[in-house]
Design a protein around this ligand. Structure first.
Ligand code: ADP
Ligand code: SF4
Ligand code: MG
Length: 375
């Protein structure tokens, strides 16, 4: 895989994405969980697109709504959760308004999910061949035994697993191998879009790399689009084309990945990047505090106001909208939206954040599978 041919296949990093086909268009998606003390607003009106052949990273701390977003896209949110509003457009179809039966025909065919903790949900008493076989025959009906076997062996091969895995049980496989079986199941019906929810989280660093490489290979070979959910910013830097940053159920920044690391606009994105210890010593995001408000009762104004080192009066009063400030680079912050008003209003003292740019430069020096650090 030469880095230049690879680059050609990548979506443009300058934000000129308009000419490419949109495979998923999420519009004003809202998901609540009912609780005795009121609704948890887990996803609060988010908008984003995924283009053909690109990998989009969805990042943010635990509890910010990543899994809920993924489940809502496939309409798999379980009670007490429910989709309150919005549309999930796949081609010209809104998944939110389909009947359950119509939806069953599209799921896994148009878009597939590798759920969080997928490898632990493989059926322990079924051989791998039967689990993958079921995924295929459920949608395609019965196939001649030989054809089905060949299909399954091909899939195992695609994810870099040896043929002997065919007849094995999950407990005979390592974590990384099980996770690759889950990738094989996700690609079994050739969906144009795969959503992978923290596919490498439970694995040690070496195995993480193997699984990440498997996902990259699959993406390149099959040309699928991917939403890669994670909180490891270093891994995201290696794998994704664009990054979407969520905070407390809201999207606060969207940017081509290099732009996100070199010129993060939102103070939260800056904090995320600043908190990457080093590429070699990857850990889950460890920022100074967790979410600072109850998701049942978000404050008026900016969702990030309680942790933001730049918060002003206007941030407490008015919610900033997600707007574009450079080609394909969007953020929701008054520093950019209301520059004059922002400067005039009084600062609110909070903790200071180190400059993200310092860290970004280093990050791209270290992580360079695609020649992304070249310039
Ligand atoms: N079944 C549930 N009941 C109440 N709240 C929930 C439920 N599931 C998730 N939540 C809340 O929704 C928010 C988003 O959760 P989730 O989507 O799992 O976040 P992430 O994947 O980013 O960690 C969290 O605050 C979580 O506590
Ligand atoms: S709107 Fe205000 S509080 Fe929110 S991120 Fe921007 S500066 Fe900080
Ligand atoms: Mg999650």
């Amino acid at each position: 895989m030469g880095e230049h041919s690879n680059d050609r296949k990548q979506p443009s990093r300058d934000g000129s994405l308009d000419s490419r086909r949109v495979v998923l268009d999420v519009q004003d998606l809202r998901v609540h969980y009912a609780t005795p003390r009121g609704d948890v607003i887990a996803v609060n009106g988010i908008n984003f697109q995924v283009y053909e052949g690109e990998t989009v990273g969805l990042v943010g701390e635990s509890g910010c709504g990543k899994t809920t977003t993924a489940m809502a896209i496939l309409r798999l949110v379980q009670p007490p959760g429910r989709i309150i509003g919005g549309r999930v457009m796949v081609e010209d179809t809104d998944l939110v308004s389909l009947s359950e039966k119509q939806l069953r025909q599209l799921r896994w065919v148009k878009l597939a999910l590798i759920p969080q903790g997928a490898m632990n949900s493989l059926n322990p008493v079924m051989r791998i061949k039967d689990q993958i076989g079921d995924a295929i025959t459920t949608h395609e009906g019965r196939l001649p035994a030989d054809a089905l076997k060949q299909r399954i062996l091909d899939l195992l091969n695609q994810v870099g697993l040896p043929a002997r895995v065919y007849g094995m049980y999950p407990h005979e496989l390592s974590g990384g191998m099980k996770q690759r079986v889950c990738v094989a199941m996700a690609i079994a019906l050739n969906p144009p879009l795969i959503i992978a929810d923290e596919p490498t989280s439970a694995l040690d660093v070496v195995v993480q790399r193997v699984v990440a490489q498997t996902l990259l290979d699959v993406k390149q070979r099959l040309g699928v689009s991917m939403i890669l959910i994670g909180h490891d910013m270093g891994l995201q830097a290696q794998l994704v084309d664009r990054i979407i940053v969520m905070y407390a159920g809201n999207i606060v920044e969207i940017a081509p990945v290099r732009e996100a690391f070199k010129n993060p606009l939102h103070p939260y994105t800056q904090l995320l990047i600043a908190s990457i210890p080093s590429i070699k010593e990857r850990k889950p995001l460890k920022v100074t505090e967790g979410l600072t408000h109850d998701l049942r009762n978000p404050p008026p104004g900016c969702v990030f106001q309680f942790r933001c080192p730049h918060a002003r009066e206007i941030c407490r009063a008015l919610k900033p909208q997600l707007r574009e400030y450079g080609s394909g680079h969007l953020t929701a912050c008054h520093i950019y939206e209301n520059a004059g008003e922002y400067e005039r209003s009084a600062p609110i003292v909070t903790t200071a954040t180190p400059s993200a740019a310092l860290y970004a430069a280093d990050l791209f020096k270290e992580v360079d599978p695609h020649g992304r650090a070249a310039s």
